[in-house]
Design a protein around this ligand. Sequence first.
Ligand code: FAD
Length: 466
Amino acid sequence: MPEASPPVVVIGAGPVGLTAAAHLLARGLNPLVLEAGPQAGHAVRAWGQVRMFSPWRFNTDAAARALLAAEGWVEPDPEAFPTGADLVRHYLAPLAASAALRDRIRYDARVTGIARRDHGRLHDGTGRDAAPLMLHLASDTALAARAVIDCSGTWGAPNPAGAHGMPAPGEAAHADRIAYGIPDVLGAERASYAGATTLVVGAGHSAMNAVLDLVELAKAAPGTRVLWAFRRPLAAMSFGGGATDGLSQRGELGARAQALVESGAVTALAPFLIDRIARDGKRLGITGRQGERETVVQADRIIVAAGFRPDLSFLREVRLGLDPAVEATPALAPLIDPNLHSCGTVRPHGEAELRHPEAGFYIAGMKSYGRAPTFLLATGYEQVRSIAAWLAGDLAAARRVDLVLPETGVCSGPSLAKVASTVSSCCAPAPAASADQGSCCGTPSVAKPVATTGCCGSAARATEAL
Ligand SMILES: Cc1cc2nc3c(=O)[nH]c(=O)nc-3n(C[C@H](O)[C@H](O)[C@H](O)COP(=O)(O)OP(=O)(O)OC[C@H]3O[C@@H](n4cnc5c(N)ncnc54)[C@H](O)[C@@H]3O)c2cc1C
Protein backbone atom coordinates (compact mmCIF):
# COMPACT_ATOMS: atom_id res chain seq x y z
CA MET A 1 0.00 0.00 0.00
CA PRO A 2 1.42 3.44 -0.84
CA GLU A 3 2.37 5.45 2.22
CA ALA A 4 0.31 8.38 0.87
CA SER A 5 -2.94 6.49 1.34
CA PRO A 6 -2.62 4.02 4.18
CA PRO A 7 -5.45 1.50 4.38
CA VAL A 8 -8.14 1.20 6.98
CA VAL A 9 -6.85 -1.84 8.86
CA VAL A 10 -9.31 -4.37 10.21
CA ILE A 11 -7.91 -6.76 12.83
CA GLY A 12 -9.41 -10.24 12.50
CA ALA A 13 -11.01 -12.12 9.61
CA GLY A 14 -13.93 -13.32 11.70
CA PRO A 15 -17.53 -12.59 10.74
CA VAL A 16 -17.43 -8.99 11.95
CA GLY A 17 -13.96 -8.22 10.54
CA LEU A 18 -14.88 -9.53 7.08
CA THR A 19 -18.13 -7.59 7.21
CA ALA A 20 -16.22 -4.44 8.16
CA ALA A 21 -14.05 -4.93 5.07
CA ALA A 22 -17.16 -5.36 2.89
CA HIS A 23 -18.67 -2.12 4.20
CA LEU A 24 -15.39 -0.22 3.82
CA LEU A 25 -15.13 -1.38 0.21
CA ALA A 26 -18.75 -0.44 -0.47
CA ARG A 27 -17.87 3.05 0.79
CA GLY A 28 -14.93 3.34 -1.60
CA LEU A 29 -12.36 2.99 1.20
CA ASN A 30 -9.26 0.84 1.16
CA PRO A 31 -9.49 -2.02 3.72
CA LEU A 32 -6.71 -4.40 4.73
CA VAL A 33 -7.59 -7.31 7.04
CA LEU A 34 -4.89 -8.77 9.31
CA GLU A 35 -5.75 -12.25 10.60
CA ALA A 36 -3.65 -14.10 13.18
CA GLY A 37 -4.78 -17.53 12.01
CA PRO A 38 -4.12 -19.35 8.75
CA GLN A 39 -7.72 -19.03 7.49
CA ALA A 40 -10.79 -16.83 7.74
CA GLY A 41 -13.11 -17.63 10.64
CA HIS A 42 -10.19 -18.96 12.68
CA ALA A 43 -12.06 -18.61 16.00
CA VAL A 44 -15.42 -19.84 14.67
CA ARG A 45 -13.71 -22.99 13.37
CA ALA A 46 -12.73 -23.78 16.98
CA TRP A 47 -16.43 -24.11 17.89
CA GLY A 48 -17.48 -25.50 14.53
CA GLN A 49 -19.51 -28.35 16.03
CA VAL A 50 -21.82 -25.96 17.94
CA ARG A 51 -25.22 -25.19 16.43
CA MET A 52 -25.90 -21.47 16.44
CA PHE A 53 -29.05 -20.19 18.11
CA SER A 54 -29.59 -17.46 15.54
CA PRO A 55 -30.86 -18.49 12.09
CA TRP A 56 -29.08 -17.55 8.86
CA ARG A 57 -31.18 -14.43 8.39
CA PHE A 58 -29.42 -12.85 11.41
CA ASN A 59 -25.98 -14.20 10.56
CA THR A 60 -25.21 -12.57 7.21
CA ASP A 61 -24.81 -8.93 6.29
CA ALA A 62 -26.11 -6.95 3.32
CA ALA A 63 -22.75 -5.55 2.14
CA ALA A 64 -21.15 -9.01 2.40
CA ARG A 65 -24.09 -10.60 0.57
CA ALA A 66 -23.61 -8.09 -2.26
CA LEU A 67 -19.98 -9.23 -2.69
CA LEU A 68 -21.03 -12.87 -2.57
CA ALA A 69 -23.84 -12.37 -5.06
CA ALA A 70 -21.25 -11.28 -7.62
CA GLU A 71 -19.65 -14.71 -7.16
CA GLY A 72 -22.87 -16.65 -7.82
CA TRP A 73 -23.31 -17.47 -4.12
CA VAL A 74 -26.50 -19.30 -3.19
CA GLU A 75 -27.91 -17.89 0.02
CA PRO A 76 -28.66 -20.50 2.71
CA ASP A 77 -32.23 -20.97 3.93
CA PRO A 78 -32.75 -17.86 6.09
CA GLU A 79 -34.72 -19.83 8.69
CA ALA A 80 -32.17 -22.66 9.10
CA PHE A 81 -29.73 -22.74 12.04
CA PRO A 82 -26.11 -23.25 10.96
CA THR A 83 -23.33 -24.75 13.03
CA GLY A 84 -20.13 -22.77 13.39
CA ALA A 85 -18.64 -24.98 10.67
CA ASP A 86 -21.61 -24.18 8.39
CA LEU A 87 -21.06 -20.47 8.98
CA VAL A 88 -17.45 -20.86 7.85
CA ARG A 89 -18.19 -23.15 4.87
CA HIS A 90 -21.20 -21.32 3.46
CA TYR A 91 -20.39 -17.73 4.34
CA LEU A 92 -17.00 -16.77 5.79
CA ALA A 93 -14.78 -18.86 3.52
CA PRO A 94 -16.51 -17.82 0.27
CA LEU A 95 -16.58 -14.20 1.44
CA ALA A 96 -12.86 -14.22 2.22
CA ALA A 97 -12.16 -15.89 -1.15
CA SER A 98 -14.29 -13.41 -3.12
CA ALA A 99 -12.53 -11.41 -5.82
CA ALA A 100 -13.25 -8.22 -3.91
CA LEU A 101 -11.65 -9.32 -0.64
CA ARG A 102 -9.09 -12.06 -1.24
CA ASP A 103 -6.13 -9.76 -1.95
CA ARG A 104 -7.04 -7.58 1.00
CA ILE A 105 -6.58 -10.23 3.69
CA ARG A 106 -3.23 -11.23 5.19
CA TYR A 107 -3.16 -14.50 7.13
CA ASP A 108 -0.71 -15.51 9.86
CA ALA A 109 -0.54 -11.80 10.60
CA ARG A 110 -0.96 -11.40 14.36
CA VAL A 111 -1.10 -7.79 15.56
CA THR A 112 1.06 -7.35 18.64
CA GLY A 113 0.86 -3.58 19.14
CA ILE A 114 -0.80 -0.39 17.91
CA ALA A 115 0.44 3.17 18.42
CA ARG A 116 0.12 6.64 16.93
CA ARG A 117 3.09 7.31 14.65
CA ASP A 118 5.79 9.36 16.35
CA HIS A 119 3.62 9.81 19.44
CA GLY A 120 3.78 7.83 22.63
CA ARG A 121 0.52 7.41 24.45
CA LEU A 122 1.46 10.27 26.75
CA HIS A 123 2.30 12.77 24.05
CA ASP A 124 -0.29 15.15 22.61
CA GLY A 125 2.12 16.82 20.19
CA THR A 126 0.94 18.71 17.15
CA GLY A 127 -1.14 16.77 14.68
CA ARG A 128 -1.42 13.71 16.90
CA ASP A 129 -4.91 12.84 15.63
CA ALA A 130 -3.88 13.31 12.01
CA ALA A 131 -0.87 10.98 12.23
CA PRO A 132 -1.43 7.42 11.01
CA LEU A 133 -1.82 4.55 13.43
CA MET A 134 1.07 2.07 13.33
CA LEU A 135 0.39 -1.64 13.61
CA HIS A 136 3.19 -3.91 14.74
CA LEU A 137 2.98 -7.58 13.82
CA ALA A 138 4.35 -10.80 15.29
CA SER A 139 6.49 -11.07 12.16
CA ASP A 140 8.46 -8.08 13.51
CA THR A 141 7.17 -5.73 10.84
CA ALA A 142 5.00 -2.63 11.05
CA LEU A 143 2.55 -0.88 8.77
CA ALA A 144 0.59 2.36 8.80
CA ALA A 145 -3.18 2.69 8.88
CA ARG A 146 -5.53 5.59 8.30
CA ALA A 147 -7.88 4.06 10.87
CA VAL A 148 -8.13 0.74 12.73
CA ILE A 149 -11.16 -1.40 13.49
CA ASP A 150 -10.20 -4.06 16.04
CA CYS A 151 -12.49 -7.05 15.38
CA SER A 152 -10.22 -9.59 17.08
CA GLY A 153 -12.95 -11.15 19.20
CA THR A 154 -12.46 -12.65 22.64
CA TRP A 155 -12.13 -16.35 21.84
CA GLY A 156 -8.41 -16.29 22.70
CA ALA A 157 -8.99 -14.92 26.22
CA PRO A 158 -11.41 -17.17 28.13
CA ASN A 159 -12.20 -16.45 31.77
CA PRO A 160 -10.49 -18.82 34.18
CA ALA A 161 -12.14 -21.25 36.62
CA GLY A 162 -10.95 -19.47 39.76
CA ALA A 163 -13.54 -17.72 41.92
CA HIS A 164 -11.90 -14.30 41.76
CA GLY A 165 -11.48 -13.96 38.01
CA MET A 166 -7.89 -15.15 38.40
CA PRO A 167 -6.76 -18.67 37.57
CA ALA A 168 -7.21 -20.75 40.74
CA PRO A 169 -3.97 -22.03 42.27
CA GLY A 170 -3.31 -25.31 40.44
CA GLU A 171 -5.35 -24.30 37.35
CA ALA A 172 -2.29 -23.71 35.20
CA ALA A 173 -0.44 -26.73 36.57
CA HIS A 174 -3.30 -29.04 35.52
CA ALA A 175 -3.97 -27.43 32.16
CA ASP A 176 -3.72 -30.82 30.46
CA ARG A 177 -7.03 -31.80 32.11
CA ILE A 178 -8.78 -28.45 31.65
CA ALA A 179 -10.49 -27.23 28.47
CA TYR A 180 -11.82 -23.70 27.87
CA GLY A 181 -14.83 -22.97 25.67
CA ILE A 182 -16.78 -25.87 24.13
CA PRO A 183 -14.60 -28.91 23.35
CA ASP A 184 -16.01 -31.30 20.75
CA VAL A 185 -16.87 -34.07 23.24
CA LEU A 186 -19.08 -35.93 20.74
CA GLY A 187 -16.47 -35.77 18.00
CA ALA A 188 -12.74 -35.14 17.95
CA GLU A 189 -12.35 -35.16 21.75
CA ARG A 190 -14.75 -37.95 22.56
CA ALA A 191 -12.08 -40.34 23.88
CA SER A 192 -11.04 -37.89 26.60
CA TYR A 193 -14.55 -37.51 28.01
CA ALA A 194 -16.24 -40.90 27.43
CA GLY A 195 -16.58 -42.75 30.74
CA ALA A 196 -15.08 -39.82 32.66
CA THR A 197 -16.47 -37.42 35.25
CA THR A 198 -16.38 -33.84 33.96
CA LEU A 199 -16.96 -30.67 35.95
CA VAL A 200 -18.44 -27.92 33.75
CA VAL A 201 -17.91 -24.39 35.11
CA GLY A 202 -20.15 -21.54 33.93
CA ALA A 203 -23.79 -20.70 33.39
CA GLY A 204 -24.06 -19.24 29.91
CA HIS A 205 -24.88 -20.74 26.55
CA SER A 206 -21.44 -22.28 26.08
CA ALA A 207 -21.73 -24.11 29.40
CA MET A 208 -25.24 -25.26 28.47
CA ASN A 209 -23.98 -26.60 25.16
CA ALA A 210 -21.10 -28.42 26.86
CA VAL A 211 -23.43 -29.99 29.44
CA LEU A 212 -25.96 -31.08 26.80
CA ASP A 213 -23.20 -32.69 24.72
CA LEU A 214 -21.81 -34.54 27.75
CA VAL A 215 -25.27 -35.84 28.65
CA GLU A 216 -25.62 -37.06 25.06
CA LEU A 217 -22.24 -38.76 25.35
CA ALA A 218 -23.31 -40.42 28.61
CA LYS A 219 -26.13 -42.22 26.75
CA ALA A 220 -23.55 -44.05 24.64
CA ALA A 221 -20.60 -44.20 27.01
CA PRO A 222 -21.40 -45.76 30.41
CA GLY A 223 -19.68 -44.16 33.37
CA THR A 224 -19.79 -40.65 31.88
CA ARG A 225 -20.84 -38.22 34.65
CA VAL A 226 -21.51 -34.51 34.57
CA LEU A 227 -21.08 -32.05 37.43
CA TRP A 228 -22.14 -28.47 36.76
CA ALA A 229 -20.78 -25.62 38.88
CA PHE A 230 -22.58 -22.27 39.11
CA ARG A 231 -21.50 -19.15 40.96
CA ARG A 232 -24.96 -18.58 42.38
CA PRO A 233 -27.56 -20.70 44.16
CA LEU A 234 -29.97 -22.40 41.80
CA ALA A 235 -32.85 -20.25 43.02
CA ALA A 236 -31.05 -17.19 41.67
CA MET A 237 -30.25 -18.75 38.32
CA SER A 238 -31.80 -17.75 35.04
CA PHE A 239 -31.72 -20.20 32.18
CA GLY A 240 -32.88 -17.62 29.67
CA GLY A 241 -36.17 -16.55 28.20
CA GLY A 242 -37.48 -19.99 27.19
CA ALA A 243 -40.49 -19.73 24.91
CA THR A 244 -40.47 -15.91 25.07
CA ASP A 245 -36.97 -15.65 23.58
CA GLY A 246 -37.08 -14.03 20.13
CA LEU A 247 -34.48 -16.61 19.07
CA SER A 248 -36.30 -19.90 19.64
CA GLN A 249 -33.15 -22.06 19.64
CA ARG A 250 -31.57 -19.89 22.31
CA GLY A 251 -34.69 -20.16 24.48
CA GLU A 252 -34.84 -23.90 23.91
CA LEU A 253 -31.18 -24.37 24.82
CA GLY A 254 -31.79 -22.80 28.22
CA ALA A 255 -34.99 -24.77 28.77
CA ARG A 256 -33.25 -28.08 27.99
CA ALA A 257 -30.36 -27.24 30.28
CA GLN A 258 -32.73 -26.32 33.09
CA ALA A 259 -34.61 -29.61 32.65
CA LEU A 260 -31.35 -31.56 33.02
CA VAL A 261 -30.62 -29.82 36.31
CA GLU A 262 -34.14 -30.26 37.63
CA SER A 263 -34.31 -33.93 36.67
CA GLY A 264 -30.95 -34.65 38.30
CA ALA A 265 -29.42 -35.89 35.03
CA VAL A 266 -26.52 -33.64 35.91
CA THR A 267 -25.31 -32.85 39.43
CA ALA A 268 -25.61 -29.12 40.03
CA LEU A 269 -23.16 -27.51 42.44
CA ALA A 270 -24.77 -24.16 43.13
CA PRO A 271 -23.14 -22.14 44.42
CA PHE A 272 -19.62 -23.49 44.00
CA LEU A 273 -16.74 -21.00 44.01
CA ILE A 274 -13.47 -22.63 43.02
CA ASP A 275 -10.47 -21.89 45.25
CA ARG A 276 -7.87 -24.44 44.13
CA ILE A 277 -7.28 -27.41 41.90
CA ALA A 278 -4.94 -30.24 42.83
CA ARG A 279 -4.16 -33.83 41.91
CA ASP A 280 -6.27 -36.27 43.95
CA GLY A 281 -5.05 -39.75 43.11
CA LYS A 282 -5.83 -40.33 39.47
CA ARG A 283 -8.33 -37.51 39.42
CA LEU A 284 -8.45 -33.79 40.07
CA GLY A 285 -9.58 -32.56 43.46
CA ILE A 286 -11.37 -29.26 43.04
CA THR A 287 -11.75 -27.32 46.28
CA GLY A 288 -14.53 -24.79 46.39
CA ARG A 289 -16.92 -22.99 48.70
CA GLN A 290 -20.63 -23.65 48.92
CA GLY A 291 -21.68 -20.74 51.07
CA GLU A 292 -19.48 -20.95 54.19
CA ARG A 293 -18.72 -24.64 53.68
CA GLU A 294 -15.56 -25.84 51.97
CA THR A 295 -16.16 -28.77 49.62
CA VAL A 296 -13.84 -30.90 47.53
CA VAL A 297 -15.24 -32.54 44.40
CA GLN A 298 -13.40 -35.08 42.29
CA ALA A 299 -13.45 -35.03 38.50
CA ASP A 300 -11.29 -36.38 35.72
CA ARG A 301 -11.59 -33.24 33.63
CA ILE A 302 -12.85 -29.68 33.82
CA ILE A 303 -14.54 -27.66 31.07
CA VAL A 304 -14.41 -23.94 31.83
CA ALA A 305 -17.15 -22.14 29.92
CA ALA A 306 -17.32 -19.01 32.06
CA GLY A 307 -17.25 -16.37 29.38
CA PHE A 308 -14.48 -14.36 27.81
CA ARG A 309 -12.64 -11.08 28.25
CA PRO A 310 -11.01 -8.74 25.72
CA ASP A 311 -7.26 -8.98 25.10
CA LEU A 312 -6.16 -5.41 25.68
CA SER A 313 -2.46 -6.25 25.83
CA PHE A 314 -1.72 -5.07 22.29
CA LEU A 315 -3.66 -1.84 22.85
CA ARG A 316 -1.30 -0.60 25.56
CA GLU A 317 -0.23 2.44 23.49
CA VAL A 318 -3.75 3.36 22.37
CA ARG A 319 -5.80 5.96 24.26
CA LEU A 320 -8.78 3.84 25.19
CA GLY A 321 -11.97 4.91 26.90
CA LEU A 322 -13.20 1.87 28.82
CA ASP A 323 -15.75 1.28 31.54
CA PRO A 324 -13.81 -0.03 34.56
CA ALA A 325 -16.05 -3.07 35.05
CA VAL A 326 -17.30 -4.07 31.62
CA GLU A 327 -14.25 -3.01 29.57
CA ALA A 328 -16.53 -1.67 26.84
CA THR A 329 -16.72 2.03 25.90
CA PRO A 330 -18.47 4.16 28.54
CA ALA A 331 -21.34 4.83 26.10
CA LEU A 332 -21.92 1.14 25.39
CA ALA A 333 -21.23 -0.32 28.85
CA PRO A 334 -24.50 0.73 30.54
CA LEU A 335 -26.46 -0.91 27.71
CA ILE A 336 -24.85 -4.31 28.31
CA ASP A 337 -23.61 -4.34 31.92
CA PRO A 338 -25.14 -7.41 33.60
CA ASN A 339 -24.74 -5.69 36.99
CA LEU A 340 -27.23 -3.07 35.88
CA HIS A 341 -29.85 -5.08 34.06
CA SER A 342 -30.54 -8.61 33.03
CA CYS A 343 -32.13 -8.02 29.67
CA GLY A 344 -29.78 -9.32 27.02
CA THR A 345 -31.69 -7.33 24.43
CA VAL A 346 -29.42 -4.46 23.50
CA ARG A 347 -30.42 -1.50 21.44
CA PRO A 348 -28.42 -1.34 18.19
CA HIS A 349 -25.58 1.14 18.33
CA GLY A 350 -22.77 2.40 16.13
CA GLU A 351 -19.79 4.69 15.68
CA ALA A 352 -20.82 7.23 18.31
CA GLU A 353 -21.06 4.65 21.11
CA LEU A 354 -17.88 2.86 20.00
CA ARG A 355 -15.61 5.91 19.74
CA HIS A 356 -12.42 5.98 21.84
CA PRO A 357 -10.30 9.02 22.74
CA GLU A 358 -7.80 7.78 20.11
CA ALA A 359 -9.16 9.23 16.88
CA GLY A 360 -9.79 6.66 14.16
CA PHE A 361 -9.51 3.65 16.49
CA TYR A 362 -12.52 1.40 17.14
CA ILE A 363 -13.20 -1.95 18.75
CA ALA A 364 -16.14 -3.74 17.11
CA GLY A 365 -17.71 -7.19 17.21
CA MET A 366 -17.52 -9.55 20.15
CA LYS A 367 -14.57 -7.67 21.65
CA SER A 368 -16.57 -4.42 21.77
CA TYR A 369 -18.71 -5.98 24.52
CA GLY A 370 -15.66 -6.35 26.76
CA ARG A 371 -16.61 -8.80 29.50
CA ALA A 372 -20.35 -8.56 28.92
CA PRO A 373 -22.26 -11.52 27.45
CA THR A 374 -25.10 -11.68 24.92
CA PHE A 375 -23.31 -10.34 21.83
CA LEU A 376 -25.03 -11.10 18.54
CA LEU A 377 -23.46 -11.05 15.09
CA ALA A 378 -26.24 -8.81 13.85
CA THR A 379 -25.14 -6.22 16.43
CA GLY A 380 -21.56 -6.38 15.17
CA TYR A 381 -22.64 -6.01 11.55
CA GLU A 382 -24.55 -2.86 12.44
CA GLN A 383 -21.55 -1.52 14.36
CA VAL A 384 -19.20 -1.82 11.40
CA ARG A 385 -21.78 -0.50 8.93
CA SER A 386 -21.95 2.65 11.03
CA ILE A 387 -18.16 2.94 11.50
CA ALA A 388 -17.52 2.56 7.76
CA ALA A 389 -20.12 5.23 7.01
CA TRP A 390 -18.42 7.58 9.49
CA LEU A 391 -14.96 6.97 8.06
CA ALA A 392 -16.35 7.72 4.60
CA GLY A 393 -17.81 10.99 5.85
CA ASP A 394 -21.46 9.94 5.63
CA LEU A 395 -22.38 11.13 9.10
CA ALA A 396 -26.12 10.73 8.60
CA ALA A 397 -25.74 7.05 7.70
CA ALA A 398 -23.37 6.58 10.63
CA ARG A 399 -25.96 7.88 13.07
CA ARG A 400 -28.88 5.98 11.52
CA VAL A 401 -29.93 2.66 13.08
CA ASP A 402 -30.68 0.01 10.47
CA LEU A 403 -31.28 -2.97 12.71
CA VAL A 404 -34.02 -4.51 14.80
CA LEU A 405 -32.75 -7.21 17.13
CA PRO A 406 -34.68 -10.20 18.46
CA GLU A 407 -35.66 -9.95 22.14
CA THR A 408 -34.09 -12.31 24.65
CA GLY A 409 -37.36 -12.66 26.52
CA VAL A 410 -35.60 -12.07 29.82
CA CYS A 411 -35.93 -9.07 32.03
CA SER A 412 -35.70 -9.37 35.76
CA GLY A 413 -35.43 -7.24 38.83
CA PRO A 414 -35.96 -3.64 39.75
CA SER A 415 -33.61 -0.96 38.60
CA LEU A 416 -30.56 0.01 40.57
CA ALA A 417 -29.93 3.62 41.39
CA LYS A 418 -26.76 3.43 39.34
CA VAL A 419 -28.67 2.70 36.17
CA ALA A 420 -31.18 5.48 36.51
CA SER A 421 -29.58 7.78 34.00
CA THR A 422 -29.35 5.14 31.34
CA VAL A 423 -32.62 3.29 31.65
CA SER A 424 -34.34 4.89 28.77
CA SER A 425 -31.82 3.57 26.36
CA CYS A 426 -30.63 0.24 27.65
CA CYS A 427 -32.88 -2.05 25.69
CA ALA A 428 -35.17 -2.18 22.74
CA PRO A 429 -38.45 -0.36 23.20
CA ALA A 430 -41.00 -2.36 25.14
CA PRO A 431 -43.81 -3.86 23.11
CA ALA A 432 -47.39 -3.33 24.23
CA ALA A 433 -47.45 -6.59 26.18
CA SER A 434 -44.87 -5.39 28.66
CA ALA A 435 -45.32 -1.66 28.46
CA ASP A 436 -47.45 -1.63 31.58
CA GLN A 437 -44.47 -2.85 33.57
CA GLY A 438 -42.57 0.26 32.68
CA SER A 439 -39.66 -1.93 31.79
CA CYS A 440 -37.03 -1.10 29.25
CA CYS A 441 -36.86 -4.71 28.17
CA GLY A 442 -38.83 -6.05 25.31
CA THR A 443 -40.64 -8.83 27.12
CA PRO A 444 -41.47 -9.66 30.69
CA SER A 445 -39.25 -12.04 32.57
CA VAL A 446 -40.15 -15.69 32.66
CA ALA A 447 -37.83 -16.11 35.60
CA LYS A 448 -39.22 -13.45 37.91
CA PRO A 449 -41.60 -10.87 36.53
CA VAL A 450 -40.79 -8.35 39.22
CA ALA A 451 -42.70 -5.10 38.93
CA THR A 452 -40.18 -2.92 37.24
CA THR A 453 -40.01 0.80 37.44
CA GLY A 454 -36.97 1.42 35.37
CA CYS A 455 -34.49 -0.66 33.52
CA CYS A 456 -33.92 -4.24 34.36
CA GLY A 457 -32.23 -4.55 37.67
CA SER A 458 -30.69 -7.84 38.30
CA ALA A 459 -30.94 -10.63 40.67
CA ALA A 460 -30.18 -12.91 37.77
CA ARG A 461 -28.46 -12.33 34.49
CA ALA A 462 -30.16 -12.96 31.20
CA THR A 463 -27.32 -14.99 29.88
CA GLU A 464 -24.05 -15.14 31.70
CA ALA A 465 -21.74 -15.66 28.81
CA LEU A 466 -21.72 -17.30 25.48
C1 FAD B 1 -19.92 -21.11 20.96
C2 FAD B 1 -20.46 -19.80 20.47
C3 FAD B 1 -21.69 -19.75 19.86
C4 FAD B 1 -22.20 -18.54 19.39
N1 FAD B 1 -23.42 -18.52 18.80
C5 FAD B 1 -23.89 -17.35 18.30
C6 FAD B 1 -25.15 -17.31 17.63
O1 FAD B 1 -25.86 -18.30 17.50
N2 FAD B 1 -25.56 -16.12 17.11
C7 FAD B 1 -24.82 -14.97 17.23
O2 FAD B 1 -25.24 -13.94 16.73
N3 FAD B 1 -23.65 -14.98 17.90
C8 FAD B 1 -23.17 -16.13 18.43
N4 FAD B 1 -21.97 -16.13 19.09
C9 FAD B 1 -21.31 -14.84 19.44
C10 FAD B 1 -20.50 -14.16 18.34
O3 FAD B 1 -21.33 -13.82 17.27
C11 FAD B 1 -19.33 -14.99 17.86
O4 FAD B 1 -18.41 -15.13 18.91
C12 FAD B 1 -18.61 -14.39 16.65
O5 FAD B 1 -17.64 -15.29 16.23
C13 FAD B 1 -17.98 -13.04 16.95
O6 FAD B 1 -17.41 -12.56 15.77
P1 FAD B 1 -16.15 -11.58 15.75
O7 FAD B 1 -15.82 -11.38 14.32
O8 FAD B 1 -16.40 -10.42 16.61
O9 FAD B 1 -14.96 -12.39 16.49
P2 FAD B 1 -14.29 -13.80 16.14
O10 FAD B 1 -15.19 -14.68 15.40
O11 FAD B 1 -13.73 -14.29 17.43
O12 FAD B 1 -13.10 -13.43 15.15
C14 FAD B 1 -11.95 -12.75 15.59
C15 FAD B 1 -10.80 -13.04 14.63
O13 FAD B 1 -9.69 -12.23 15.01
C16 FAD B 1 -8.50 -13.01 14.96
N5 FAD B 1 -7.54 -12.42 15.90
C17 FAD B 1 -7.54 -12.48 17.25
N6 FAD B 1 -6.50 -11.79 17.75
C18 FAD B 1 -5.83 -11.27 16.70
C19 FAD B 1 -4.66 -10.46 16.57
N7 FAD B 1 -3.98 -10.01 17.65
N8 FAD B 1 -4.23 -10.12 15.32
C20 FAD B 1 -4.91 -10.55 14.21
N9 FAD B 1 -6.02 -11.33 14.28
C21 FAD B 1 -6.48 -11.67 15.51
C22 FAD B 1 -8.97 -14.40 15.36
O14 FAD B 1 -8.06 -15.40 14.91
C23 FAD B 1 -10.33 -14.48 14.70
O15 FAD B 1 -10.27 -15.00 13.39
C24 FAD B 1 -21.44 -17.34 19.55
C25 FAD B 1 -20.19 -17.41 20.17
C26 FAD B 1 -19.70 -18.62 20.63
C27 FAD B 1 -18.35 -18.65 21.30
